[in-house]
Every structure is written in structure tokens, then in C-alpha cells.
Design a protein. Structure first.
Length: 453
RNA sequence: GGCGGGUUGGCGGAGAGGUUACGCAGCGGAUUGCAAAUCCGUGAAGACCGGUUCGAUUCCGGUACCCGCCUCCA
């Protein structure tokens, strides 16, 4: 079994081999917990969840260690606390709860570790101390800054040179920086802002250091895969590399870097000003099942920009209803080798979905169910949405009786009228010689059935 | 300005240097009291201009357009 992944570091698709035979370690940048996750936040969750599932399948469930952090110290959180007057811990605890609810709804497995930045402050302070000792960082005006010029490889991941970046910089440079590209490892905290005692005074960490510290503590100085959204490639991941490689020069940090492309909505960048900004919870509340959202995500390869559209959601819902109808009561067999092969080729989930369609057409329902589970689809705990919630048998019997009478009287009007009402309620009406079958379809609304009484 | 990515049939969206992607929609047929669902069949493509090649939508170069990052947004 060969897994091939596109490595952002080398810009090539490479055969994946774990650093430690039979053991795989993966780190993915998680959310800053100050608000509900929006649908863009969910894309890397689904993408790397799919990779997690594949790795578990290939190497064994216990052989894969997956860490995804919660950034719970951040100025956006501080701002939210100041606005609402609520304690920071309340906000971050609540947001983490939401995150779990929403990502669970998308069928994402919980990572092995979900470290909170605030629980690793000591590790960050130790790492910063080491960087200063090694000449890679310096203290200035209460801050500790990373000395970008001390790391020759800086910019390699994102294909930038320090000089080019300075030439094109649009940001105002803090006067205490030795070099405009130097970035903050530690900054002072004024009263009312979270802070910790450190050799450089009361303060808090910069953003990037947490991922370096936590990945080191949980996965070691060298690990296999580091993932995240493409927007993190610079500066966040570039800075992580600089910090980690300078702090642990014997390690290689992440071997494979993976970045998912961004998400758009109806062809446009999602933004609050365009009014097309929404959270996963918004979609769930509007009645889009998490499984439907997941299938929409998986329909586009992770390296390409993905467009969220209601049309795609509609199609995905139809597909899942059909498949769920097919595999109902079917025990899963083994995942089809074609599915394993195609997702092993750089996580080609769109190709895998095509194979699921093939399996459905071929009638291998046990294989369909098992293969879909590789993608986190058609699992039993995700299927409640496709059940009617009400027993349609009484209506089916009434319709059958009306139809029987119509067949004899040749007056089909009453039967047709009832059928039309059922269709209006979102019920799929299937009449055959053997009787009438009623199945809830897209947009099924049990309330509309009451009008039939 | 710097760096990176993309452009496939009506729509969505993959793979592969030569052979049907697939889904949705459409069309034809089977089926049905009529439908729906289902099944079978079917047309339709690779931005533009060059190059490499026996042969490119697939590799290379250029043009146009679109998008992202450079602002502690995944």
C-alpha cells in the first residue's frame, strides 16, 4: 500500500514513508477559540480527518497520532472578553464545546491530542529561552523577537526571500525590530490581559510559538505530517519552521507539509461584508445535515479552491438519500480497493466518490457501505437525518385504498389529489402493482402531512 | 510591487501522453392508470498561441483572464 501526498515543502507529489516504521504522527493547526467555526474553518478539519482515516486504515488505528491544537490565548479572544465582560476561560471553554459539537456533526473523528496553548506556556518559555541562548532570538522593549536572519532557510516553504518580502512589505515595522521581518515570540501583557511570568517579564506568547512547542511536546522534534490551510503557509508555518529548526537543530520538524486551498461561497470569497459569511452551525440550523456538508467538501480535491453552493448541497443530499436507501440494513464488508487506491493518491476524494457511485451501480452494497466509511460517510451514527421521523404507513395505506377504488371506478381524481399533496410535503410516492410506498424525499416536511387529515 | 495557484462538456468535478471518468441536468427507451423512483441507452469538453512527440486536453514556453497570500483569517 503506497500513499502519495503533495508536499508543499518540495512542491511535488511524493511517496509517503513514516519516519518511524509503522508509526505515523500528524499535526494540524486548529482554531482560535473566540467564536463559532465558519465553513472555511471546517475544510481542513474534513480534509485531514480523511487523511487520518486513511492512515489508520493503512497503519492501524493505534499507530497514528494526530494532534490538533486549540489557540486559547489570542488578542481576538481578549477583545471578545473585553466586549462581553466575560472571563476568558468561559469564552474559550464554550467555544471549544461548540467546535466539538459542530465538527462531530461533520463526522470528524476527534484527534488523539487536542492541546490548549495555555497548557503549554512553560514549554513555550523553555523554547524561547533556548532560541535566545542559541542566538536566534533577542529581547527588545519587553518583547522577545525571532531573528529571521539567523535562519538561512527562512522563506523556503513559501518560496519567498527575506529581501523580496521586505521590498514588498505593506506593514508598519515596529522600531525595536532588528530586521523588519523579525516576528514576536513573547510580548508584554498590560493589566487586564492574560499573562504569565517569564524571564522577560509578565507577558504572553506570540502566535507561532505555540505550535512549535506543542508539536515538540506531543510528537517530538521530527514528525511526519503537518497540515493546515494555505493561508497559514506564510507567515505562520514559515515561522514555525524557523523556530522549531533553530530550537531543535537535530530534528527535521515536519517531513511533509500539506495545505488545503481556500473556500469560496457561490463563487466569491467569503466575507462578512459580502453577507455570504456563515458558520457550520448556521448550515446545520438551516437543516443541512452534517453528512451532506461533508460530502460537498469531499467533492473537490483539497488542493483546489472549493466553492460552497446551495446547488452542490442539494445534489449531495440527493446522493446520500439514495445511498442510504441502498445500504439500509446492510452490514459493511471491506472497503473496495479502488477507493483505497484513489484516496491514497494524494487524497483524491472526488475520485473516491466516483468509485462509490460505481459500487452503487454494481450493486455491491456491503462494499459501498464499508468504502463510504473510509470517507466518513454512510456511518450509522450520522444517518438520523435521512429517516422520516414519522411513520408514513397510514398514508401509504390510505393512498393504496384510494387508488384501488380508482382502478375500479376509473376516476383517478381523488388518488391524484392525495398524491399531489404528499409530493408537496416532500414525500416521494412510488406506486407499483404491489402497492404504494412512501419515502421522505428532499425537503420533507412532516407538518404538511397534517393538512391531509 | 513580490510570491503562489487555477482555467475541463449546460453545471459540478477527477484521472490518464494514445482506449467510457463520475454525478446532476438533457434526450431516447423499459416500467406506470398518469407520474415518481428505478433500470438501460445516449449526445456533449479541456481559455488562447506556439513547442516537444508518430500522437497532447494531459509535458514545456508564452498570452489573456480569475483567485489566494504578503494584514497573528483554515
Amino acid at each position: 500500500m503506497t500513499i502519495r501526498l503533495t508536499n508543499s515543502k518540495t512542491r511535488r507529489k511524493e511517496e509517503f514513508t513514516p519516519l518511524r516504521e509503522g508509526q505515523v504522527s500528524m499535526y494540524v493547526c486548529g482554531p482560535t477559540v473566540y467564536d463559532r467555526a465558519h465553513i472555511g474553518n471546517a475544510r481542513p478539519v474534513v480534509v485531514f480527518d480523511t487523511l487520518f482515516r486513511l492512515l489508520r486504515h493503512v497503519y492501524g488505528a493505534d499507530a497514528v497520532t494526530y494532534a490538533r491544537n486549540f489557540t486559547d490565548v489570542d488578542d481576538k479572544i481578549n477583545a471578545r472578553a473585553a466586549e462581553t465582560g466575560r472571563p476568558i476561560r468561559d469564552i474559550t471553554d464554550e467555544t471549544i464545546g461548540w467546535y466539538h459539537e459542530d465538527m462531530d456533526a461533520l463526522g470528524a473523528l476527534r484527534p488523539t491530542h487536542e492541546p490548549r496553548a495555555t497548557e503549554y506556556i512553560g514549554a513555550m518559555i523553555a523554547m524561547i529561552g533556548g532560541l535566545i541562548q542559541g542566538g536566534h532570538a533577542y529581547e527588545a522593549s519587553g518583547h522577545v523577537l525571532f531573528r529571521v536572519r539567523s535562519y538561512a532557510e527562512y522563506g523556503a516553504l513559501s518560496g519567498r526571500s527575506v529581501d523580496d518580502m521586505i521590498a514588498g512589505a505593506r506593514v508598519e515595522v515596529a522600531p525595536y525590530k532588528e530586521d523588519p521581518m523579525d516576528f514576536v515570540l513573547w510580548k508584554p501583557s498590560e493589566a487586564g490581559v492574560p499573562g504569565w511570568d517569564s524571564p522577560w517579564g509578565f507577558g504572553r506568547p506570540g502566535w507561532h510559538i505555540e505550535c512549535s512547542a506543542m508539536s515538540y511536546e506531543l510528537l517530538g522534534e521530527s514528525f511526519d505530517i503537518h497540515g493546515g490551510g494555505l493561508d497559514l503557509q506564510f507567515p505562520h508555518h514559515e515561522n514555525e519552521i524557523a523556530q522549531s529548526c533553530c530550537a531543535h537543530p537535530h530534528g527535521s520538524f515536519a517531513k511533509v507539509w500539506m495545505h488545503n486551498e481556500m473556500l469560496q461561497v457561490e463563487g466569491k470569497k467569503m466575507s462578512k461584508s459580502l453577507g455570504n459569511f456563515f458558520t457550520v452551525r448556521d448550515l446545520l440550523d438551516q437543516g443541512y445535515p452534517g453528512e451532506v456538508i461533508r460530502l460537498v467538501y469531499l467533492g473537490t480535491h483539497y488542493k483546489k479552491p472549493m466553492d460552497w453552493t446551495v446547488e452542490k448541497a442539494r445534489e449531495a443530499e440527493g446522493t446520500l438519500r439514495k445511498w442510504r436507501g441502498l445500504v439500509k440494513g446492510v452490514a459493511p464488508s471491506q472497503p473496495d480497493q479502488r477507493v483505497i487506491d484513489v484516496i491514497s493518491d494524494d487524497l483524491n476524494t472526488a475520485g473516491a466518490i466516483a468509485v462509490l457511485h460505481d459500487l452503487a451501480r454494481e450493486g455491491d452494497l456491503a462494499g459501498l457501505k464499508a468504502s463510504a466509511a473510509m470517507l466518513g460517510l454512510l456511518e450509522d451514527h450520522m444517518g438520523a437525518w435521512s429517516e422520516a421521523g414519522v411513520d408514513l404507513t397510514p398514508w401509504a395505506e390510505r393512498l393504496a385504498a384510494l387508488r384501488q377504488a380508482a382502478m375500479e371506478s376509473k376516476n383517478f381524481a381523488p388518488a391524484d389529489a392525495m398524491k399531489a399533496q404528499l409530493v408537496a410535503a416532500g414525500v416521494e410516492v412510488r406506486m407499483s402493482k404491489s402497492g404504494c410506498e412512501l419515502v421522505p424525499g428532499p425537503g420533507f416536511d412532516a407538518a404538511k402531512l397534517e393538512a391531509l387529515d
